[in-house]
Design a protein around this ligand. Structure first.
Ligand SMILES: Cc1cc2nc3c(=O)[nH]c(=O)nc-3n(C[C@H](O)[C@H](O)[C@H](O)COP(=O)(O)OP(=O)(O)OC[C@H]3O[C@@H](n4cnc5c(N)ncnc54)[C@H](O)[C@@H]3O)c2cc1C
Length: 492
């Protein structure tokens, strides 16, 4: 049946960034879109918290691929929503226990000089690694990240065929850490590049070397910071959705979905032709979509979670920048604890993000807003109170030692986000940050497809769905999903 566009209605469950991306794209195609969100605001994991002059982006802090946001904001040819950002010259400051320190810069020549100076890592090793990361990106991006992996059409295109011929270069069957150990002389350089596995919540000692593609996002395309903070990405997308006529119902938890004929009935009263699930698919499969998602999709290995302290610091630290990493001395042990023992290591790698370094009004004058994060296991019945108290102590000891001052004396404000809170606030299965982990080398193919093969009109987007978690991929999942809907419903 060919629909008139004006007849077509869609419900999106969840106002996370992938839900917003799908809503904008569908509304731009003339579909009537309603977003049902359980929280009283949009953005999902991309939250914000403010107190006593300190402002925090509570979720993502590293922003890459801003073009995906711009594409959404200009989708109807109008530039009616302002969104501005700066490219970072200094991407991050790295600190090791033995006093070694380095700064990663966008400028690759400077980056290579720094690796040579601080870690005695030969420049040609960095060149070879970054060239390999770029090749991995070129092979995987258009085929595996921008299209559905579960549609025959994807495999019939010339681009896919070309990528398949070059597939061995993606190193699916090699291990990330093992490949990095072969590439670099200094174990600290290995640790530096292994850390990119955490960008999708994976374990570098288990995941495939394909994840060595991730640094290309930072060093190939750059890292950015929105002038009004990360939350302004969600603000801009929400405004655009409103301009396009999307209706939002907040504080509305979807608890029941039925299908009568070709129509979806949500919570017994809201009907639509199209249903897009932006809530974590594993949680949806145990909840409102239990009759719609196949049982083999109901379980998956979640990605790691995180423990975050938001500290209001009463002084400034000149040695710190926007992104700072204090590495653990035994990275392998840290990941073994997270993924196998399901606990936070007693010497965790600590990431400190200070948005007031770029956006000065995020903290009172002379102060800094510290977002202090350690990788944590997903929720699996642990004694969280004990683990969180111990982690707090360990973080304070580590950072105080490295910065030469007792940090606890400078904390004037504290707020925290725990794996259990991530689970309860955003519906994320077991508190995972990025949906399923990519530890399995076939993870990309095992992830939930963007559509239901058994139920016409049912689609999925977001971090638990192809192509995966993180801001760029979530925005792409919204695109892949709506491209499939456009085809299915002839929205041309
Ligand atoms: C602490 C933290 C740090 C991160 N750091 C980075 C980073 O630096 N860079 C990066 O790119 N990414 C980062 N991420 C990951 C990134 O934030 C996520 O991948 C992305 O925001 C997920 O978006 P989403 O649309 O999939 O879903 P979510 O943000 O999870 O949104 C899902 C929405 O669905 C709603 N919902 C759930 N169940 C229901 C229901 N039954 N009814 C109605 N609504 C429902 C939820 O309330 C939520 O609003 C981080 C995440 C966290 C938590």
């Amino acid at each position: 049946m060919t629909h008139q566009k004006k007849d077509i209605t869609a419900i999106v469950i969840g106002a996370g960034i992938a839900g917003l991306s799908s809503a904008i794209r569908l509304a731009a195609k003339g579909v009537h879109v309603t977003v049902l969100e359980q929280q009283d605001t949009y953005g999902g994991k991309m939250g914000v918290w403010e107190q006593d002059g300190y402002r925090y982006d509570t979720g993502p802090s590293l922003f890459t691929m801003p073009q995906y946001v711009n594409e959404l904001l200009t989708i109807d040819g109008k530039s009616d929503v302002t969104f501005e950002y700066d490219e970072l010259e200094n991407i991050g400051n790295y600190f090791w226990e033995d006093g070694t320190q380095m700064t990663a810069t966008k400028d690759v020549e400077q980056l290579k000089d720094e690796f040579l100076k601080q870690l005695s890592e030969p420049k040609e090793n960095i060149d070879a690694y970054l060239a390999d990361s770029k090749i991995k990106f070129e092979i995987t991006n258009h085929v595996f990240l921008e299209k559905s992996l579960h549609k025959l059409k994807t495999y019939l295109s010339w681009g896919t065929v070309k990528s398949f011929f070059r597939l061995s270069k993606v190193d699916i069957f090699k291990n990330m850490n093992a490949q990095n150990e072969l590439r670099f002389n200094n174990p600290k350089t290995v640790q530096f590049f292994n850390r990119y596995a955490t960008y999708n919540g994976s374990n570098p000692y288990q995941a495939s070397a394909t994840l060595n593609v991730i640094p290309h996002y930072e060093f190939g395309f750059g890292a950015f910071f929105p002038k009004k903070g990360i939350r302004s990405i969600a603000d801009a997308l929400y405004q655009k959705a409103i301009h396009l006529g999307v209706i939002f119902q907040f504080s509305t938890q979807v608890s029941k979905v039925e299908k009568i004929g070709e129509r979806y009935i949500v919570n017994g009263d809201t009907e639509s032709d199209i249903l897009i699930c932006n809530m974590d698919v594993a949680s949806a499969a145990k909840g409102p979509l239990k009759n719609f998602v196949s049982s083999k999709r109901k379980k998956y290995e979640p990605s790691s979670s995180a423990l975050i302290f938001y500290w209001g610091i009463d002084r400034e630290f000149k040695e710190l920048d926007l992104h700072n990493i204090f590495f653990s001395s035994d990275y392998k042990k840290e990941f073994k604890n997270i993924f196998h023992n399901r606990k936070i290591d007693n010497d965790p790698t600590v990431y400190i993000h200070i948005s007031s370094k770029c956006k000065v009004d995020d903290a009172p004058v002379g102060c800094e807003n510290w977002f202090v994060m350690v990788n944590a296991p997903y929720v699996a019945g642990q004694d969280w109170e004990k683990m969180i108290n111990e982690a707090r102590e360990n973080i304070l000891i580590k950072v105080s030692k490295r910065l030469g001052t007792d940090i606890s004396r400078h904390i004037k404000l504290e707020h925290k986000l725990t794996p259990e809170l991530i689970q309860s606030k955003t519906g994320s299965y077991k508190g995972a940050l990025y949906g399923s982990s990519s530890n399995d080398r076939m993870a990309a193919f095992l992830r939930q497809p963007n559509f239901s093969s058994g139920h016409k009109g049912l689609y999925f987007c977001g971090g638990s769905v192809h192509p995966g978690g993180g801001i760029p991929l979530c925005l792409l999942s919204g695109k892949i999903t709506t491209d499939i809907i456009a085809h299915d419903f002839k929205l041309y």
